[in-house]
Design a protein around this ligand. Structure first.
Ligand code: EPS
Length: 388
């Protein structure tokens, strides 16, 4: 499985090409659109989300709702383009009017300045249009396709908000994907500790009033992933490394943990290693899961636990110091419409990229041409693991 996305935030549309999805998967478009709607939601979102009503259109790789095994072509319209049709017109030449809104005061923490340096842009809009978190909408659409493939293989996952700013809002008694999905659906922050909802609404509201922003920590749990995906034999075949790369590729991510992560670094081996057990009913398992479902870069059959540290949104309505790239004069950074926090949508984006990475590992390990054959091969493999 591989994919590429294209499209600028205020251009005509987002485009995604997803290759390697097996033939024979019945695609639930409504479920993909539900994932897109969830990405648009969340307390603390900006006004762009009032304009968009993201829905995916599939224009290739699907017939009568069933995948063909050929590349899936996906598009999501940018409704906001109607307000930017001159400024962000792909073909009409630049004029004094359609290049009026030059961005020359880079925002600290965004791709603005370094992107301008790297690609030789003097108008930093040429950078921010693609670096914008808007592009995560297509990664969610692609991720939800992969999530549906995983579900057909009895593998389920969920991404949710573990912490907002410095406030941890994770009820540690809620651990299964089903229970997590139920608890996070009860509030607009995708947290499991319902007692923290009001406090966090107040925090986000106060942060917005102060012209500031917040990040947080996202957690993804994936269940029933068979042992042995990924390999210890080479650095780049370790699946936990591939997961970390995928998560770090999401806007604003500054850290990734597998299992206890940095907590493991601070603990004794006797508290971190998960003891091994076997019984006739369940076969091989571990008596704890500090290692987050990985040993030697390979899944070990325990739930996969990934945490991601998201930096606060770089666009500040109380802007920090910057320098104008045209005049070199010290200036306050530019202000682009933005969110107070995007931790809620980011939890769906990180869930999506974990789903893509796991689906890629499965279709690389077994025959990824046809879903029924993949399903049979996986069932045989699961039996083999039980009998080991
Ligand atoms: C976002 C789209 C963007 C921003 C925001 C989130 O749309 P616009 O630029 O038109 O407002 O609202 O992007 C960022 C916060 C960012 O730093 O890129 C989205 O669809 O998630």
């Amino acid at each position: 499985i591989n994919y590429v996305t294209a499209g600028e935030s205020h251009g005509p549309q987002l485009t995604g090409i997803l290759t390697g999805i097996p033939a024979g998967l019945t695609l639930n478009i409504d479920a993909i659109n539900a994932g897109l709607a969830a990405r648009q939601g969340g307390f603390g979102r900006g006004n762009r989300q009032q304009i968009e009503h993201d829905q995916v259109v599939v224009t290739g790789g699907l017939r009568h709702g069933v995948t063909l095994g050929s590349p899936l072509a996906l598009t999501i319209q940018n409704r906001d383009h109607a307000h930017w049709s001159e400024i962000m017109n792909p073909t009409s030449p630049a004029t004094a009017t359609n290049t009026l809104r030059q961005v020359t005061r880079p925002r600290p923490g965004h791709a603005d300045l370094v992107g301008g340096m790297k690609y030789g842009h003097r108008d930093l809009r040429n950078v921010l249009e693609r670096s914008s978190a808007r592009k995560t909408a297509m990664r969610v659409a692609i991720g939800q396709v992969c999530k549906q493939l995983l579900a057909q293989l009895d593998i389920h996952l969920i991404g949710y908000v573990h912490q907002i700013g410095a406030v941890v809002a994770d009820d540690s008694t809620v651990t299964t994907v089903d229970a997590l999905a139920t608890e996070i659906s009860r509030n607009d922050l995708r947290i499991t500790d319902q007692s923290k909802v009001t406090e966090l609404h107040d925090l986000i509201t106060a942060t917005k009033k102060a012209g500031d922003t917040l990040g947080g920590v996202i957690k993804v749990v994936a269940e029933n992933v068979p042992a042995g995906l990924g390999s210890y034999t080479s650095w780049d075949t370790k699946l936990d490394g591939q997961l970390a790369a995928a998560v770090m590729g999401v806007n604003a991510m500054k850290g990734v943990e597998i299992g206890d992560g940095f907590g493991a670094a601070a603990n004794y081996g006797s508290r971190v290693m998960d003891e091994i057990d076997w019984n006739a009913e369940n076969g091989w398992r571990r008596l704890s899961n500090h290692l987050g479902g990985f040993e030697g870069g390979m899944t070990n059959g325990m739930p996969i636990i990934v945490k991601a540290a998201m930096k606060p949104i770089p666009t500040l309505y109380k802007p920090l110091q910057s320098v104008d790239v045209a005049t070199k004069a010290k200036q306050k950074a530019s202000v682009e419409r933005s969110d107070t926090t995007a931790i809620v949508p980011a939890s769906i984006v990180v869930e999506s990229v974990v789903a893509i990475t796991l689906a890629r590992a499965l279709t690389a390990t077994f025959d990824g041409s046809n879903l029924d054959r993949l399903r049979v091969q996986l069932a045989t493999y699961r039996d083999e693991l039980r009998q080991y």
